[in-house]
Design a protein around this ligand. Structure first.
Ligand code: LLP
Length: 417
C-alpha cells in the first residue's frame, strides 16, 4: 500500500497533509503511517499462516517504542542485538518469550538481562560465545535456549556493507563447524538447543539467495538431527528488501511460497527477522529548503535535515526518492540536495529535479527503516521529532531533541589551561 499520496496537490500521510505536520511540529521530522505498518506486518505474517511461525521484528530498523508497541499488539516477536533494544521491547510491552537475541558481541550483562527476562532464544555466533553463555546460565541456575547462527556462504547480492552471509564476514559460525558445535552444545549443562538460524544480508531483492541459504541450512538440519539432536525451529533471518526506486523485490507471497516448498514435510516452527520490509516504506523524512544556491557547476538545494538525520545516502550511497510536498506545474532545475553539515558526503540525493523555492517542503521517501535508528548528533544537531499518523490523527511519538538534552551528560570539571 502507499500511505503517502497527493490530495489537492499536497502530499498527505493517510488523511493528514504534510504541510500541516510541518506547521505544527516543525522540520526535520520523520512521519510514519500506522496503516502502512499494520499492512506490512499482516502481509508478512499472513503469507506464512499455513505454518507455525513467528515474525520477530528486527528492532534495529526502527526502535521507537510506539512502533514496537504497535507490532507487539499484533503478536510480533522481536529480534534484538543489545541490552538497549531488550529494554525498549520490554518497555513497549513486547513479550519476552518471543525475543531472539542476535549479534556477534553479546556482553555478560546483556546475556544476564536476557536470561532474567526469559527470552525465547540466543542466536549464538561463536564457540567463545557458547562457552560464555553456558557459564553465565550456570551461575544463574538457568538453562539458556540457543540456536547457532550458521554462515551458509551464500552471496546475498546486496551492498557489501550489508551482506553478511559470506565466508569472509564476521557473522555466524562457519558452516563446516556447525555439526561439531551442535554436538558440543548438546553436552553443555546449562544450554538447551532450540533451533538453527541464518541471516545472509539486508535489502535482498531476489528470492534465490534466500532459497540457496535455506537449502544449505536444511542439509545441516538433517545432519544435526541424525546425531539425535532435535531442533524445534528454523530462523531464516532478515526479511525481503523494499522498493526505493527501480528495484523490483518479489511479492512476499512468492517469497513465502518458495520457502514453504523447501520446508514441506518438516515440522519445524519458522522464525523470521524482518526489519526493513515492515517499516521502510511506512515512513518518510519531511524537511524544508533553507536556501537555493547556484554554484559554478551545480545547483544546490540546502535543506534543514542532514546526514545525521538520515545516514543511508552518505554511508551506502543509497538512493531515496525525493519529492516536493506541494506539486507545481512549472519546470524544474537539477539540484544536489544537501544538508548543512560540513562534509561533502552530506547529501540526500544527487541530480534531482526540483521546481522549488526557499521555504518549500520536500519529503524523502522510504525512510522508515534505518533512518531515525541510525541518526546521530553530529554537528551538535538535535535529533528530529517523529510523528505517527493514524487516519486523521497525528501522534508525536518522539519529541524533537533540545540542545540542552545534547549536553545533559557532559561535565565541566573546572580544569585550568
Ligand atoms: N536479523 C539480523 C541478524 C540482522 O543483522 C538484520 C539486519 C536483520 C535481521 C534485519 O534485516 P532486514 O529485514 O531489515 O533486511 N543499515 C543498513 C541495514 C543494516 C542491516 C543490518 N542487519 C541499511 O540502512 O540499509
Amino acid at each position: 500500500m502507499n500511505p503517502f499520496r497527493y490530495k489537492n496537490g499536497v502530499l498527505h500521510a493517510e488523511e493528514v497533509s504534510l504541510e500541516s505536520i510541518a506547521e505544527e511540529f516543525g522540520t526535520p521530522c520523520y512521519v510514519y503511517s500506522k496503516a502502512a505498518l499494520v499492512s506490512a506486518f499482516r502481509a508478512y505474517s499472513n503469507a506464512f499462516s499455513s505454518r507455525d511461525h513467528l515474525v520477530c521484528y528486527a528492532v534495529k530498523a526502527n526502535s521507537n517504542i510506539a512502533i514496537l508497541n504497535l507490532f507487539a499488539k499484533m503478536g510480533s516477536g522481536f529480534d534484538i542485538v543489545s541490552l538497549g533494544e531488550l529494554e525498549r521491547v520490554l518497555m513497549a510491552g513486547g513479550n519476552p518469550s518471543k525475543i531472539v537475541f542476535s549479534g556477534v558481541g553479546k556482553r555478560e550483562d546483556e546475556m544476564k538481562a536476557a536470561l532474567l527476562a526469559g527470552i525465547f532464544c540466543f542466536n549464538v555466533e561463536s564457540e567463545a560465545e557458547l562457552e560464555r553463555l553456558n557459564n553465565i546460565a550456570k551461575s544463574m541456575g538457568e538453562k539458556a535456549r540457543i540456536s547457532f547462527r550458521v554462515n551458509p556462504n551464500v552471496d546475498a547480492k546486496t551492498h557489501p556493507y550489508i551482506s553478511t552471509g559470506l565466508r569472509q564476514n564476521k557473522f555466524g559460525i562457519p558452516y563446516d563447524d556447525a555439526l561439531r558445535l551442535y554436538v558440543r552444545a548438546n553436552a553443555m549443562e546449562n544450554l538447551k538447543i532450540a533451533g538453527i538460524d541464518c541471516h545472509i544480508g539486508s535489502q535482498l531483492t531476489e528470492i534465490l539467495p534466500f532459497v540457496a541459504a535455506l537449502e544449505k541450512i536444511l542439509l545441516l538440519v538433517d545432519e544435526i538431527e541424525r546425531e539425535g539432536i532435535r531442533l524445534s525451529h528454523i530462523d531464516v533471518g532478515g526479511g525481503l528488501g523494499i522498493r526505493y526506486s527501480e528495484e523490483n523485490p518479489p511479492e512476499v507471497s512468492d517469497y513465502a511460497q518458495a520457502l514453504l516448498e523447501k520446508l514441506e514435510g518438516r515440522p519445524h516452527k519458522l522464525i523470521f527477522e524482518p526489519g526493513r520490509f515492515l517499516v521502510g516504506n511506512a515512513g518518510l523524512l519531511l524537511t524544508r529548503i533553507e536556501y537555493l544556491k547556484h554554484g559554478e557547476e551545480k545547483n544546490f538545494a540546502i535543506v534543514d535535515c542532514a546526514m545525521n538525520d538520515l545516514m543511508r545516502p552518505a554511508l551506502y550511497d543509497a538512493y531515496h526518492e525525493i519529492v516536493q510536498v506541494r506539486q507545481v506545474a512549472i519546470e524544474g532545475e537539477t539540484y544536489e540536495i544537501v544538508g548543512p553539515v560540513c562534509e561533502t558526503g552530506d547529501f540526500l540525493g544527487h541530480g534531482r529535479n526540483l521546481a522549488a523555492k526557499e521555504g518549500d517542503l520536500i519529503a524523502t521517501r522510504s525512510a522508515g527503516a534505518y533512518g531515525m535508528s541510525m541518526s546521530s548528533n553530529y554537528n551538535s544537531r538535535p535529533r528530529a521529532c517523529e510523528i505517527l499518523v493514524d487516519g486523521s490523527l497525528s501522534h508525536v511519538i518522539r519529541e524533537r531533541e533540545t540542545t540542552g538534552q545534547l549536553m545533559a551528560q557532559e561535565k565541566l570539571p573546572g580544569v585550568e589551561p
